[in-house]
Structure formats: structure tokens, C-alpha cells
Design a protein around this ligand. Structure first.
Ligand SMILES: [Zn+2]
Ligand SMILES: [Zn+2]
Length: 525
């Protein structure tokens, strides 16, 4: 039994989650369910990222407090993940007292260890607002495309330089900004670089290609020390004297959430969090996110953990998705492109949506979502899985399926599929795993068609019973292998067959099946 930690990226509490977010996060739930099935000791965590400038800006726009904005989206995200069947062991938020206290302790240790240090800089200041302004609180004409943009990044992809920003205007009041001496704390990533490199080299065999490339790009350029304090009043307080008027940079606080969540889960379970966060042969740590989040997980988080000097393990598996587009366009709330997850769930079946995103999602390259293609997947599952269950468990006039002989060839194929799918899960290749599931469904339907139970029912009741019991046994095993992908459907099948648990082992049914309360699992769209 392994100790497996799965960290799903922490969504940012400033707008609704859309299908693109879901496509990047769904792998985490698949891994969590699979590892539980094979008997591992799983902790699957995430939470809402409540801090940072986009949230304070949003709050200003809506004329409410940042706390209210964060709370509103935290509630919405919790609802989304529940409806999607995400099996988090803890879904918390960075505004929780537990998280804030632990993060302050970690920050202080990094400061005491000399990896967080003080430096004075010329920062951008607005005289008329009398405050330091963040990059995204600045407005300028993009030198690359000529459009007006915020100071953090232009829509065209250009990232303004310090020089561009000095010539920008304050987005709040429109005045020309100046610079002013400002004291900040920095994390010494340059000093940590050799040890981060060692970590990367040792672990990146289990990373997605995009994670390896992106990480090496930054390492090659040389890591630069980064400010970890901001001139904000929203966020985690700085546990260092002289910085009472500043707050912690949001990315430092959010990536530590995986650790603070694990600590909290372990306190509740009476377990030792170090079993998941120490370098050992029998543990494993997956980080699941989209490609724009890679370096936070492969450079920043490892930097913080290494700097603690406590032998804490860094993530060994990076599951970084590419992007999902919607009808060949980027998701954009302001332009009305794409569906939020809640909108999608009003129209679609949750399990076929999960399956579709895993089969056609951005696993190794950008992918595109269209409603037509989703409906094709939904109808395929309806035909292949829904109908197979219907024509077995709702066979006309049948009240029960008595115990009979299970076809050995079928059982062998079932065993093969467990192994084949497990191999793909181990390689984090979910698309290939879903293709194996489709193969098993095709196999089941072919078996049914060849056996012709509708003829056997009239001509040879013994063979008919063998066929039906073999099909029921197929359904039982299908419910096991689809559990990570379509957990709601798997649960319904278990209820129909009165199966108590779902494991990752071939089942052989041993009892008569009473066919009552069986409803079609899917409706064609
Ligand atoms: Zn101003
Ligand atoms: Zn531009």
C-alpha cells in the first residue's frame, strides 16, 4: 500500500469555473479514485485561492469586500466540485485560519533560515492615490500591439518591462506614476537553484513533457529572486517585524495549501503528514493543473520546501494539462465564449461529460470542445454501456438472473482489461485508458449479439442462463473499471447488482441477481 497525495490546482476566487478549468483538473479525481481502488492510502486535496490583486479589483468593481467575493466563489466552487463528483478528502480555502497560521510559520522559518531576505527597491508609486501600485493596476499602450493594456500582461501576450511600467498611468486615477523606495522581502531562488535542479533531474521522468520543457527553460535562464511581499491589505500577514502594512504574495500562500491541507486531513485521521511528505519508496505525490501553473509547482513550491531544510519531499509527478478551447476559441467570460461548469451541468450528463473530457481533453496537446462532439460521446456511451445494461438487466419478462456458468473467455478478457487500463493509469495516460474501456464495452456487446439470448430464451434455458449470468458479471466488472471516469454510473450499477465495494480486481459474481428498480442509466441526446 502506498501513501498517495494528489493536489488539484487551487482555483482563483475571481470568476466562475468553466469547462477549460475542469479539463485541467479532472485527472486529479481519476487518480484519486483509482489509487483508492487499488488499496492505496490517498489524500486528495485542493481549495479556493482567496487572495491577490484580481480579487481586490473585482471587489472594488462590485463594491463589496474582498472577503465577500472570495466567499461567494468558494461556495460556488464547492458546489461545482460536488456536482462533478470530485472526491476531495479536503477542499479548503486559503482564507481558513488553519492555513493562514501554518503558512505564517513556514514563512517565518524560511526567513530564519535566510532564504527570505529584505531588500529595498524602486517601486511604482501613485502620488495622487498615495499608494504603491501593482503591475495590473497600471494602464499603458502596449508597445507590441498598440492597444491599451494592463501592466501585467497584454492580450497579445506581451509582458511589459519595468521601463514600460514607469511610463504608465494609474488605472484608478489616471495620473502618471513615479517610483519610490519600497522595502520588500524576497525569496532567494537563485541561491536555491542548484538544489531545485537536483530535484528536477531526479524526478522529471514522471512529468508531462510540457512541464519538463517549461521548467528547464527557467532553470536555463537562471532563477531570479522574487518579492514575496505586496503592498496590499488583503492576504496573509507577514510574520516579520517592519512589514505589518504588507501582505504575502498570493502564489507563495496558495502552493503551500497542498501541505497545510495534508496536515489538516492527517490531524483529523490521526495520521502523520510526513508519511506523504518525506522521500520514501512507498509514497507518491501528483500535482494536477493546467500548463500556466507549471512553474509554481516545479520551481516555487520545491524552492519553499527545500528552503525549510526539514527533508520535506517535493512533488514527484507533474500532471500538467494543455489548454481546452471552445469552438476553436479561447474561453472568455467577457466575450461570452464557452460554458461555465454549472451551465454545462444544466445541459449535459455529468458522467459522460467527465468521460468526454478525459478522452478528448487537452492531455498532451491543446484540445477543442464542441457540443456536437460531446453529444457524440454521450450517445456512444448510451449505446454501448446504457443499452448493454438495459438489455441484460431489463431483459423482457426476466425477474432474476440465477447463478450459472461464467464464460471463461469472457472472464479472461475482463482480466486483460484491468491490466491494460491499470498500465495506462500508471503512465498517466487517461485518454488511452478510456479507449480500453470502449474496447471492453464493444467486446461485451459483441458477446451478447453472438450468444443471441433472445433466441436462447426459447430454445435452451441453460445456455440462456449462462449468457445472462456472464453478462451480469461483465456489468459488475465494468462498474469497477469505469469508477475513476464515471463514478456516478459505477455507483448505480453497484446498487443494481447489490455490490458493496469497488476494487480493482476481477469480480466473479456468486449470487442470484434480483432485477428490481432498474432504470435506464442514460438518455440519448
Ligand atoms: Zn492613482
Ligand atoms: Zn499587446
Amino acid at each position: 500500500m502506498k501513501k498517495v497525495l494528489i493536489g488539484g490546482a487551487w482555483p482563483y476566487a475571481n470568476s466562475s469555473l468553466h469547462l477549460g478549468h475542469l479539463a485541467g483538473l479532472i485527472s486529479g479525481d481519476v487518480l484519486a479514485r483509482f489509487h483508492r481502488q487499488i488499496g492505496d492510502d490517498v489524500i486528495y486535496v485542493s481549495g479556493t485561492d482567496c487572495h491577490g490583486t484580481p480579487i481586490t479589483e473585482r471587489a472594488k468593481k462590485e463594491n463589496i469586500s474582498p472577503k465577500e467575493i472570495a466567499e461567494k466563489y468558494h461556495k460556488e466552487f464547492t458546489e461545482v466540485f460536488n456536482k462533478m463528483g470530485f472526491s476531495y478528502d479536503l477542499y479548503s480555502k486559503t482564507e481558513s485560519d488553519y492555513h493562514k497560521e501554518k503558512v505564517k510559520e513556514i514563512f517565518r522559518k524560511l526567513y530564519d533560515n535566510g532564504y527570505i531576505y529584505e531588500k529595498e527597491d524602486d517601486d511604482i508609486f501613485c502620488e495622487s492615490c498615495n499608494k504603491f501600485v501593482a503591475d495590473r493596476e497600471l494602464k499603458l499602450i502596449c508597445p507590441n500591439c498598440g492597444n491599451e493594456t494592463k501592466g501585467d500582461q497584454c492580450d497579445c501576450g506581451y509582458v511589459p518591462t519595468k521601463e514600460d511600467l514607469v511610463n504608465a498611468v494609474c488605472a484608478d486615477c489616471g495620473s502618471k506614476v513615479t517610483t519610490k523606495k519600497n522595502k520588500n522581502l524576497y525569496i532567494a531562488l537563485s541561491k536555491l537553484q542548484p538544489r531545485i535542479e537536483q530535484y528536477v533531474e531526479k524526478n522529471n521522468v514522471n512529468w508531462r513533457k510540457n512541464a519538463i520543457n517549461e521548467t528547464n527553460k527557467y532553470l536555463k535562464e537562471g532563477l531570479r529572486d522574487r518579492a514575496v511581499t505586496r503592498n496590499l491589505d488583503w492576504g496573509i500577514e507577514i510574520p516579520v517585524e517592519g512589514f505589518e502594512d504588507k501582505r504575502m504574495y498570493v502564489w507563495i500562500d496558495a502552493v503551500l495549501g497542498y501541505l497545510t491541507d495534508t496536515m489538516q486531513v492527517c490531524e483529523e485521521r490521526g495520521a502523520d503528514w510526513k508519511d506523504w511528505w518525506t522521500e520514501k519508496d512507498n509514497n507518491r505525490m501528483y500535482m494536477v493543473h493546467a500548463k500556466d501553473n507549471i512553474t509554481f509547482h516545479t520551481l516555487i513550491l520545491p524552492g519553499l520546501l527545500i528552503g525549510l531544510e526539514e527533508g520535506i519531499k517535493c512533488p514527484d509527478r507533474i500532471v500538467s494539462a494543455e489548454y481546452l478551447n471552445f469552438n476553436e476559441q479561447k474561453f472568455s467570460k467577457s466575450k461570452g465564449i464557452g460554458l461555465t461548469i454549472l451551465e454545462a451541468l444544466d445541459r449535459y450528463n455529468v458522467d459522460t461529460l467527465r468521460f468526454h473530457l478525459l478522452r478528448n481533453g487537452p492531455e498532451t496537446r491543446d484540445a477543442n470542445f464542441t457540443e456536437e462532439e460531446y453529444i457524440m460521446t454521450h450517445n456512444e456511451i448510451t449505446n454501448k454501456l446504457g443499452n448493454f445494461i438495459n438489455r441484460t438487466l431489463k431483459f423482457k419478462g426476466l425477474a432474476n438472473i440465477p447463478v450459472a456458468k461464467i464464460d471463461e473467455e469472457v472472464q479472461k478478457e475482463i482480466e486483460n482489461k484491468y491490466n491494460e487500463i491499470a498500465e495506462f493509469m500508471e503512465k498517466i495516460e487517461f485518454r488511452n485508458a478510456t479507449l480500453k474501456i470502449i474496447e471492453l464495452l464493444d467486446f461485451a456487446n459483441k458477446y451478447y449479439d453472438e450468444r443471441k439470448p433472445w433466441v436462447q430464451a426459447k430454445e435452451d434455458i441453460g445456455e440462456f442462463n449462462n449468457t445472462m449470468f456472464t453478462c451480469a458479471n461483465l456489468i459488475a466488472n465494468i462498474s469497477n473499471v469505469i469508477e475513476p471516469f464515471m463514478p456516478g454510473t459505477a455507483k448505480k450499477i453497484r446498487d443494481y447488482l447489490k455490490l458493496e465495494s469497488c476494487t480493482w480486481e476481477p469480480i466473479k459474481l456468486e449470487n442470484e441477481i434480483v432485477l428490481d428498480n432498474i432504470e435506464p442509466l442514460f438518455e440519448r441526446m
